[in-house]
Design a protein around this ligand. Structure first.
Ligand SMILES: Nc1ncnc2c1ncn2[C@@H]1O[C@H](COP(=O)(O)OP(=O)(O)OP(=O)(O)O)[C@@H](O)[C@H]1O
Ligand SMILES: [Mg+2]
Length: 288
């Protein structure tokens, strides 16, 4: 941790790590011609509105909601990749103005650069975030994170030569290599087979424990959210999606996949989540 951030962390008692205040996002249509009837009003699609959320440092938070409700939009706003139409995002007491090395993002589709090898993809991120590091330092660090996700042997392969699970592990290694305070993950395990998914979930948990990062994970899987999270945030169906509920997952850690499924508290939260998703998915079907 650099001097600046350690100074900051000593005075953050009175605010949460990440705070969203009345966050809203409207996607405005691009104007291809001037419509005199619109009287200057721009029409747009309001994806999310009035999102208020507080996330504490080093916690694991999952976001669940029906497809198309605005989860990726919310994550992109937190990542600073899109600007909100209203409201603000505050990290450690400072309003964010764009993307930053404090946040590592893992996209739904891995987003690796196809013309770079596995190790070069990580080196690229490192060179961007730490321009002062020597070539040898960057290589060593990239190797360390590839080793962490069990991919050192694939370091000279190109993304097209990797399986989906391997690509996802590269994306995780890349996001972690820049040593972010926050890991923002958009359905990272959605496209994987059950075995790879379980393996990577365990890996993520151990990375989270060891590296003291705050994780915000978007998932469609109730079981995944229950296994991993301290808190589950439920979003309503869109348009104008809001946060409809926040559920604390007070299940002991480490959590054993088979054992927690017998826990009455687990079953209670699971039922609540299933009901929510069913209700909100029906709401989407009624609109469309
Ligand atoms: N750039 C954009 N321009 C216009 N509308 C957009 C844009 N990006 C997203 N939307 C709309 O905003 C809504 C939310 O999209 P978003 O991708 O955030 O949903 P999601 O919850 O991540 O969906 P999924 O679960 O399928 O990944 C959708 O109706 C989508 O069509
Ligand atoms: Mg999405």
């Amino acid at each position: 941790m650099n001097k600046k951030s350690s100074k900051k962390s000593s005075s953050i008692e009175n605010y949460s790590h990440l705070e969203l205040f009345n966050l809203g996002k409207i996607f405005f249509k691009e104007k291809k011609f001037i419509d005199f009837r619109s009287k200057g009003n721009r029409s747009g699609f309001e994806a999310i509105k009035d999102i208020n959320l507080k996330i504490e440092k080093n916690t694991f938070v999952s976001i669940i909601g029906p497809s198309g409700c605005g989860k990726s939009t919310l994550l992109n706003l937190i990542a600073g990749l899109q600007a909100p139409t209203s409201g603000k995002i505050v990290i450690d007491g400072q309003a964010i103005k764009g993307p930053g090395p404090d946040r590592g993002v893992i996209f739904q589709n891995y987003a690796l650069m196809p013309w770079l090898t596995t190790i070069q993809n990580i080196e690229f991120a490192l060179n961007t975030v730490f321009p002062a590091k020597t070539k040898a330092d960057v290589k060593e660090r990239a190797r360390k994170y590839l080793r962490m996700v069990g991919l050192e042997k694939a370091s000279n392969k190109f993304p097209k030569e990797l399986s989906g699970g391997m690509k996802q592990r590269v994306a995780i290694a890349r996001a972690l290599s820049i040593n972010p305070n926050m890991l923002l993950m958009d359905e990272p395990f959605g496209a994987l087979d059950a075995l790879t998914r379980s393996y990577l979930q365990d890996e993520l948990l151990s990375i989270w424990r060891k590296n003291k990062v705050t994780v915000v994970l978007i998932t469609h899987s109730i079981e995944e959210a229950l296994l991993l999270s301290d808190k589950i945030v439920l979003m309503s169906s869109g348009p104008s999606a809001i946060i409809s509920e926040e559920i604390s997952v007070d299940l002991e850690r480490p959590r054993d996949r088979e054992k927690i499924e017998q826990d009455p508290n687990y079953l209670k939260i699971k039922m609540r989540l299933e009901k929510h998703l069913l209700r909100e998915t029906r709401a989407v079907e009624e609109v469309t």
